[in-house]
Design a protein around this ligand. Structure first.
Ligand code: ZN
Length: 394
């Protein structure tokens, strides 16, 4: 199957990331679309000699999810291609100019949910591997880790697959992530790291009372206001050579009080911290507790922190420069290595791989109506992946 046909066939599988509260019928439909994608990939990879394993994970309260691990060869170096075949929902289908699961081509672009995030990139992996392997053998291990749960919870995908690989003593030397890494054109950027993300639930405690008797109540809302004024939208460090400053943003306030003359006894707030390599989970937790002590007062709050992803960084290395050189060789422009933006499954793979770089198409239309990718970009991406394989095999 050629690059464009494989992309179209993947798009035609509506593998929308299953929602927690969807009914069983819809979840089953989505699971079968994920399996449809894996059938297509396995069909192609098996022909190239890859051993394919479909691994299903369950978790109470979440839809069970199939994932794919395919490998060829043995020993180091181990180059892994990481990706996800789940997609976000199409949104307002009537607003699309092309069917979201059609894979139609118009004016040199393929339209559909997942074209750039990231089924087109995965098709480019497979076709690049075929091109490379038709001429040469890779002196080590090649593998693909393609998961079905990245877009929302990331529970039954990469985190569990990484544990599954770890249990078999499988680690990667290099991980290439085909997430859309460029703002508007190939050659602009690759990502050599990502900030960590942490979601916190902050419960500020007080004493309930009649609003006319300030000596008898202790207003948690006033205290939360002081915390927000001092800490929200504030940088926690100055950043470093690789990363922008870490930043705390309060984005949820839950105060269901509707009674005008009562001061409530608590208010719940949520905040997120995007954090960089200046911190570990431990030092960041300690800093956030200290900020709460300072602005809310010890004992006047509870703080629950959910570190859903750690920070990862691939400093200057042979792998990083090989990717930059490969992009430059194909599109004539050497991409900058950056770390801004959201997180990716690379954060989980960091536990079994020291060098992770994201290199894919553009992110202009991801998660939007009329998501699309230029056919020429996809063809160039395939050439870039072949170039990376050739240079790492040399
Ligand atoms: Zn993605």
């Amino acid at each position: 199957m050629d690059l464009i046909t494989l992309t179209q066939k993947l798009i035609q599988q509506p593998s929308i990331t299953p929602a927690k509260d969807d009914d069983a019928g819809r979840i089953a439909g989505k699971t079968s679309a994920l399996n449809g994608c894996f059938d297509l990939l396995e069909g192609e990879l098996t022909k190239l000699g890859f051993t394919c394993q479909r691994v299903v994970f369950d978790e109470p309260g979440f839809p069970s999810i199939p994932n794919l691990y395919a490998s060829l060869g043995s020993g180091p170096p181990h180059l892994n291609f990481l990706g996800h075949v789940d997609v976000v929902p199409p949104g307002d289908v009537a607003a699309w100019t092309q069917p979201p699961f059609g894979g139609m081509i118009e004016n040199g672009k393929i339209y559909g949910r997942g074209t750039s995030d990231m089924k087109g990139n995965i098709a480019a992996y497979v076709v690049a591997l075929r091109d490379f392997l038709s001429a040469k053998k890779f002196p080590g291990t090649l593998s693909l880790l393609i998961v079905g749960d990245e877009e929302s919870y990331a529970v039954n995908g990469a985190p569990k697959m990484v544990q599954w690989l770890k249990a078999q003593n499988i680690g990667f030397d290099y991980c290439l992530v085909g997430e859309p890494s460029n703002p508007t054109a190939l050659g602009q950027e690759i990502k050599n790291g990502r900030r960590g993300t942490m979601n916190a639930k902050l419960t500020v405690l007080g004493t309930q009372g009649h609003i006319a008797y300030p000596e008898r109540f202790d207003n948690p809302v006033t205290r939360l206001g002081k915390f927000i004024a001092a800490c929200s939208g504030v940088d926690l460090d100055a950043g470093n050579e690789y990363f922008a400053p870490s930043r705390l943003e309060v984005n949820i306030i839950d105060l269901p009080n509707r009674v005008t003359n009562v001061v409530p006894n608590k208010v719940v707030a949520g905040f997120n911290v995007r954090w960089n390599s200046e911190w570990t989970r431990e030092t960041l937790s300690a800093r956030l507790n200290a900020l709460c002590d300072q602005h809310l007062g010890q004992g006047n709050y509870t703080l629950e922190m959910d570190f859903s992803g750690g920070v990862f960084l691939t400093p200057a290395s042979h792998f990083l420069s090989t990717i930059q050189d490969s992009v430059a060789a194909v599109v004539g422009r050497r991409p900058a290595a950056t770390t801004h933006g959201g997180t990716s499954d690379g954060r989980f793979v960091a536990a079994i791989c020291p060098q992770i770089v994201e290199c894919g198409v553009t992110s202009e239309t991801i998660h939007q109506v009329d998501e699309c990718v230029a056919v020429a970009d996809l063809e160039n991406l395939q050439k870039i992946y072949v170039e990376i394989l050739r240079r790492l095999a040399a």
